[in-house]
Every structure is written in C-alpha cells, then in structure tokens.
Design a protein around this ligand. Structure first.
Ligand SMILES: [Ca+2]
Length: 196
C-alpha cells in the first residue's frame, strides 16, 4: 500500500504534467499570428508544500508581461533576451497557483515559451512547460490575471513550434533548475544539496 505522502506526490506529479525540454513549446492563440495581436495566457498548477526554489524562464515574440498569483513581475520587450525570474516568494506552497501572461506580437510570427523549474526539499525537480494545456484569450476581462478568475470560456493554446524550432531556433533555456537552489537546499537539507 502506498504511503499517503507517496500517493500525494504521484498525484501532484500528474497534476503538474512534468515536461522534458523536448516538450517545451512556443504557444500562441493560433498557428498564424496577426500584426499587433495581443494574447493572454493562463496556467493553473499545484505547488508542493516542500518547494525550496522556483525559477521561471520565458521569452515571447515580440514581448510579454509575467504575472504570478495576481502580482505583475516583469516586462520583457525583447524576445532575444530570455527572462529568468526567481518566483519562490510569489508562490503559495500546498495550493493552486496561477501564472498569467500578457503577450504581444508586433508583426510576422508570434510565440510565447515558458519553463518553471521547482526544486523540492528532497532534491526532486518539478517542471511546468508552455504547451497545449495552457489556456488563452484575446479579450481582457476584469481580474484575468488573478488566481480565482473563471477561465472556463478560454480556449486551449496552440503549439506553434517545439523549443529549438522555427524562427526562434537560437533561443535555448538553461537546464540549471534554479537560481540559488543549491543555497536553499543546503541550508535546510545539507545531505540533499545535490539537485538530481
Ligand atoms: Ca513577431
């Protein structure tokens, strides 16, 4: 019989749909983007209560604005410059969390890509990738970036390209799972400082 903690971890693992780098995708509201088009994205996910670090890496052609649990964090107006943010302090461990993103296209192709890497106290790394499980909308609604927003009417995002493909082949994300992860884990769990 599975120990409850093991069961809970398996459940969490399923809920967050961990991805490998190969599954990371550039997403948009459709395969063809319009000039000056703006798209809103949302993804709900469960954060384990033993999270010690959380690093969010993202890029969008042409620009994007990141929001975690209703707090706007960062503007990025240059898709060639990858945004990398420590969002540990913005997460609610043991609860549903939401990443909301406003992204805009200036012209030509458009896409948004994101990787969240969470290091847990036992050294496990959980990942959340931009893919077809994300929701999107073109119209702004009151509170669209907040965790309690009802996004049932939103559409599924479309995978435009896999990471490393299309016009964004030059963009690569670091495999290092966290900013300051080693420091965080070694303080709390010296025997498990190595991130696997
Ligand atoms: Ca573009």
């Amino acid at each position: 019989m599975l120990h409850f903690a093991q069961f809970a971890m398996i459940l969490l693992t399923l809920l967050i749909a961990p991805c490998s780098g190969a599954e990371l995708a550039w997403i948009w509201s459709g395969k063809q983007a319009g000039d000056k088009e703006r798209v809103l994205f949302r993804r709900d996910f469960e954060v384990p209560d033993n999270v010690v670090s959380a690093t969010l890496t993202s890029s969008a052609d042409n620009w994007h604005r990141l929001c975690v649990n209703g707090a706007f964090l960062e503007w990025n107006r240059n898709w060639q410059k990858v945004a990398r943010v420590d969002i540990k302090k913005n997460l609610k461990p043991g609860a549903r969390n939401v990443i909301a993103v406003e992204a805009g296209n200036e012209g030509g192709p458009a896409g948004f890509v994101l990787l969240l890497q969470m290091v847990l106290a036992d050294g496990k790394v959980m990942k959340l990738c931009s893919d077809g499980t994300w929701l999107c909308a073109k119209e702004t609604a009151e509170g669209w970036e907040k965790p309690d927003f009802d996004s049932k009417a939103w559409a599924r995002a479309v995978e435009v390209e896999k990471m490393g493909g299309g016009p964004w082949a030059q963009i690569q994300f670091s495999e290092n799972p966290a900013i300051g992860a080693e420091e965080a884990t070694s303080k709390k769990h010296p025997a498990e400082a190595v991130v696997r």
